[in-house]
Ligand binder design. Structure first.
Ligand SMILES: Nc1nc2c(ncn2[C@@H]2O[C@H](COP(=O)(O)OP(=O)(O)OP(=O)(O)O)[C@@H](O)[C@H]2O)c(=O)[nH]1
Ligand SMILES: [Mg+2]
Length: 284
């Protein structure tokens, strides 16, 4: 048996979470067009007859960690680089290699584990813009590279083979059938946060945190969920709720729609918005 941890690292928005979902074959991580969508290292598990890879999704590496949340996210990234077997470094060739990319590359430089460069988004015609400069990186800093589309699933099989080839011998970390390390509450909170991110603008998404307090199956088989959206300021709370409650209602509806299609149950979602200026301090 082979088994090990493959950690996905890269700037925000390069498609790390989209890739992990494609590899695991189910949605274990939320994805949005906004930076800093991923806030915690989420593990996605792929079990094959030859062994098991535990993929670790990480927050995007941001150049300037000025605010408290960004600092914490960068700490999670650093922490995730410990005790790994394979490093999967994801880049987005529609964007130029800038200082942020250089900083991220510096972080991984000292690591001695096998390093794979993944050039993502090749389905996007704009990827032609900077792809050569990323190919050059492969020569100098990586043990292998692959050009893929995580969104369309092209060449992700090549990536999977490369990883299995490099995996050390070992026992399974998760029982066959498990796809993630997250609890039901955490997964649900993430889905709600995804809907918030998709709907909210500017700095508001970064002010929110979601807590699921209760999940229960009622006698009539409906799934009852009680969740709170926490935000740092009163004015953000008003923006989330929206005129006549329209905002929060839409967030609830889109969450419910997704949950009903996953669970095949009718879902009742009780969603409230509270101001809590200190959730970032406690976030860990
Ligand atoms: N065209 C194209 N878009 C992609 C591809 N992979 C991801 N995206 C899009 O890129 C955006 C960011 O994707 P995520 O998977 O959330 O990126 P991430 O690297 O996890 O971002 P953070 O969690 O913020 O660090 C989303 O809008 C995705 O749909 C791809 O292969 N092709
Ligand atoms: Mg992500």
């Amino acid at each position: 048996m082979k088994s090990g941890f493959a950690v996905l690292i890269g700037r925000s928005n390069v498609g790390k979470s989209t890739l992990i979902n494609n590899l695991v074959g189910t949605k274990v991580a939320i994805t949005t067009p906004k930076p800093q969508t991923t806030r915690r290292p989420v593990q996605g598990v792929l079990t094959r007859p030859e062994g098991q890879v535990v993929f670790v999704d990480t927050p995007g590496v941001m150049q300037k960690a000025k605010d408290q949340l960004t600092k914490k996210l960068l700490d999670f990234v650093r922490h995730s680089l410990k005790d790994i077997d394979i490093l999967v470094y994801v880049v987005d060739p529609t964007r130029e290699i800038g200082n942020e990319e250089k900083q991220a590359l510096k972080m991984i430089e000292p690591l001695e584990q096998p390093k794979l460069l993944v050039i993502n988004k090749i389905d996007d015609p704009r990827s032609k813009l900077f792809i050569d400069s990323y190919r050059d990186l492969a020569e100098t800093q990586f043990d292998g590279y692959v050009e893929i589309s995580a969104l369309k699933g092209s060449n992700t099989d090549i990536l999977e083979h490369w990883i299995f080839d490099q995996l050390p011998e070992g026992e399974l970390f998760y029982p066959d059938g498990d796809v993630s390390n997250m609890s039901k509450e955490e997964q649900l909170a993430e889905i709600i946060r995804e809907k918030l991110f998709l709907r909210l603008r500017q700095e508001v998404p970064y002010s929110v945190h979601v807590v699921v307090d209760e999940i229960a199956v009622r006698e009539d088989e409906t799934l009852y969920i009680n969740a709170r959206v926490l935000t740092t300021e009163e004015r953000y709370k008003r923006m989330i709720i929206g005129k006549g409650g329209r905002g929060i209602k839409e967030i609830g509806q889109s969450t419910r729609k997704e949950l009903e299609s996953i669970t095949d149950k009718k879902v009742f979602l009780d969603l409230t918005v509270d101001v809590d200026s200190r959730w970032i301090e406690r976030f860990n």
